[in-house]
Design a protein around this ligand. Sequence first.
Ligand SMILES: Cc1ncc(C[n+]2csc(CCOP(=O)(O)OP(=O)(O)O)c2C)c(N)n1
Length: 318
Amino acid sequence: MTNQHDALLDLYRQMVLIRRFEEAAAKAYSQGKIGGFLHLYIGQEASAVGALSTLTRDDYVVGTYRDHGLALARGMSARSCMAEIYGKVTGCSQGLGGSMHFFDAERRMMGGYGIVGGHVPLAAGCAFAAKYRGSGEVALCFLGEGAVSIGDFHEAMSLAALWKLPLVTIVENNEYSMGTPLSRTMSVADSSTKALAYNMARDRFEAKDVLVVRERIGAAVERARRESLPTLIEVQTYRYRGHSMSDPGKYRTADEVEARKKDDCIANAERSLRALGAGDDVFARVDQEIEAAVDDAVRFADESAEPGEELIEAYTYA
Ligand SMILES: Cc1ncc(C[n+]2csc(CCOP(=O)(O)OP(=O)(O)O)c2C)c(N)n1
């Protein structure tokens, strides 16, 4: 098999892991094993997987509450992620963060934030730190298109451009901000045009093909690393599930969702892999391997303990 085949297979495997992991999380949620919020990334996998495949170990990743895909693509274990969603002490944030607050300092996965747009200045701060140290690291920040109208976003873009920070800001435009379509929150359809106000490089493309995502984000990451310049990118994507588990989805039709599933990033990657020579055996092996990993993560989360009073007190009370 070629290098191209092997590279795509790796990305495919990561996307399948994210999808199966979240399907299992949704099931556990409906069984009452998970409390609080659960925002699924299903449909958007190519965005995180393609983007994070361009990073080195030391680069920073900052995201929203829709963070499971980022965490898994960053190499965090399915066990630590599932346990976190369950609120168990073995989770990546010791069960104190839950689904919206995944952290892994070692992998520079800096969260996991619930305040829409509030995390963008934090990502700019990571990029500032990297530039200040001259360490060559890049910060990748993910947000939804709903966050583009938030003041924090503009403050961060303004300083990132002024100070030439190595920041790549990725707006995942999944067309809806909860139940509100983009046309009701912004006067322009293309959020990357906001970069014009800051004299910042920009890009915009669809996340149907994980290799396209990798190439286009890769160019921005290189610009950040080599020239210390920021880029604003709109990735056009679509979430198949509700905003969160409690969303009845009345703002769009089932036909719309079904039509969008026809251009699924995982199915597209499978087609490309078959064209490169992958046969049924390859996909059966991936399915088996991912099923085992997800089953193991669920078992681990089920069997793990909740954080004790001591831990809760240490982090909750001053
Ligand atoms: C400052 C702030 N306002 C409102 C909310 C409630 N809220 C949570 S998610 C969300 C929608 C955000 O949509 P978008 O940025 O497009 O991201 P997506 O959920 O589509 O990934 C809103 C309004 C919040 N968490 N923070």
